[in-house]
Design a protein around this ligand. Structure first.
Ligand SMILES: [Zn+2]
Ligand SMILES: [Zn+2]
Length: 271
């Protein structure tokens, strides 16, 4: 890559069996969610060229297990702050206590609130509320060195407030969870199908395509389709629907569509 790399994004894992991403500037590295085992996080960090000691902080979107499974072990091994909302922390620490019988011994916890920006090193983080069936779920935008990254997975629909936060992003990581027809005829029990399709469930390929076609400002160099269901979606189905909706706006430099995977890290995006 020509020039000096300033900001990059790596998705270490994405999907209902675990989510974890890495946002970095030249001086700061933030792990977003820890939904795979600590061991697997360290392995995948290494695969994208980093060691565990280079992390600056961990940031949590919500308490569902596919976002926090490795968190307790990770905090025991790394002495770095965990940024989390008060409500999310309360539910998470209770669930850890129920499982182990003791209060989790975590390092430094830093509480944040949706709507209030804060700084981690030279990365400005803005958390915003997303519609999802968790205690206090959030998406994030990250600003550093003139680059803006937006991340919103696990949301039932795209409210106007979320669309506003996602304006003028250079990279967008967005949920493309399921194909509606595959979900409808698929193996999930009806109650689970209803939960996934609800306003606090997960975003379908079609709902994301609708965002691209109507609300999206077209500003991103890269669009990463994330949190794909392994049962109710297929990477090429998700890609086709997103690309069709982006239609005339895809160029060599804008709106390149990438797919985040469950089993292996995605190639890092460097800006
Ligand atoms: Zn969730
Ligand atoms: Zn999730």
């Amino acid at each position: 890559m020509l020039g000096h790399m300033s900001v990059s994004v790596s998705v270490l894992a994405s999907g209902s069996r675990g989510n974890c991403a890495l946002v970095e500037s030249s001086s700061t590295r933030i792990l977003v969610d820890a939904g795979i085992s600590c061991r697997e996080i360290f392995k995948r960090l290494k695969a994208v060229g980093h060691n565990r000691d280079s992390l600056s902080a961990i940031l949590i979107t919500h308490e569902h297990s596919d976002h926090v499974d490795g968190l307790l072990t990770l905090t025991k091994k790394l002495n770095i702050p965990v940024f989390i909302t008060g409500a999310t922390h309360q539910v998470w620490s209770r669930s850890v206590r129920d499982a182990t019988g003791e209060r989790p011994q975590t390092g430094r916890i830093e509480f944040f609130s949706a709507g209030r920006s804060f700084q981690i090193g030279d990365i400005a983080v803005t958390p915003f509320t997303i519609p999802h069936d968790a205690a206090d779920p959030v998406g994030f935008t990250f600003h550093s060195q003139g680059i803006k990254i937006g991340l919103a997975t696990d949301l039932g629909y795209m409210p106007a407030s979320v669309c506003d936060h996602l304006r003028r992003c250079d990279v967008l990581l967005l949920e493309s969870n399921h194909d509606l027809e595959m979900l409808r005829v698929g193996p999930y029990p009806w109650s689970v199908k209803q939960r996934v399709m609800s306003r606090v469930g997960h975003l379908s390929n079609t709902a994301l395509a609708d965002f691209f076609a109507t609300k999206y400002d077209g500003s991103a160099s890269y669009i990463v389709l994330a949190h794909l269901s392994e049962q109710n979606n297929h990477p090429e189905v998700a890609r086709r629907e997103a690309e069709a909706a982006l239609d005339g706006r895809r160029t060599l430099l804008l709106n390149r569509v990438m797919l985040a995977a469950q089993a292996e890290p995605m190639q890092a995006i460097c800006l």
